[in-house]
Design a protein around this ligand. Structure first.
Ligand code: FES
Length: 178
């Protein structure tokens, strides 16, 4: 039995047909799976491999390389907080402490209402000029303060999970702007 819906399978086939080489469609295909399931299950990745005529290990190698793909179920929204040097010097520790209190779970955890999974990362997000910074559903949020974090979280808490890759331009504007 298929782990993927006909819609997701059709999307993967559509992506495959866009490229001369099927392996070029791995990233968008994984997005389609994650959008349906909320994460990349082994069964979902196997179906991607089958549809793209690749081996499961080839698909898993791509999936495990990128931090925006999840290997276990999480909340509807994903919060990734940078604690690398620039952010650390500009208050990342306070942001992390605030998130722990506000969301009621440690880094790597999911809120009781299933709205958020959050984690801190020592990998620079590439937004040092706006430190301290985080990503919410892959959308950059910069110059964070506890108050700004609250406004950002309140702005998305009730929303459905985002569809597809959230590749929006970096922003240091007010919460909700993009
Ligand atoms: S150190 Fe945090 S974005 Fe670069």
């Amino acid at each position: 039995m298929s782990a993927l819906t006909p819609k997701t399978r059709a999307e993967i086939q559509r992506q495959r047909d866009r490229y001369p080489q099927a392996r070029s469609a791995v990233l968008p295909s994984l997005w389609a799976v994650q959008h349906q399931l909320g994460y990349l299950s082994p069964e979902g990745m196997s179906e991607v491999a089958e549809l793209l005529r690749l081996t499961p290990s080839e698909v898993e190698a791509v999936a495990s390389f990128y931090s925006m793909y999840f290997d276990h179920p999480g909340g509807r929204h994903h919060v990734l907080v940078c604690v690398n040097v620039s952010c650390a010097l500009r208050g990342a520790e306070e942001i992390v402490s605030h998130l722990e209190r506000r969301l009621g779970c440690p880094s790597g955890g999911t809120t009781e209402d299933g709205a958020f999974t959050w984690e801190q990362t020592v990998e620079c997000l590439g937004a040092c000029g706006g430190a301290p910074a985080m990503q919410v559903d892959n959308h950059f949020q910069e110059n964070l303060t506890p108050e700004r974090v609250d406004a950002i979280l309140d702005g998305v808490r009730g929303d459905a999970a985002p569809e597809g890759p959230q590749l929006r331009p970096r922003s240091s504007a007010a919460p909700g702007a993009s």
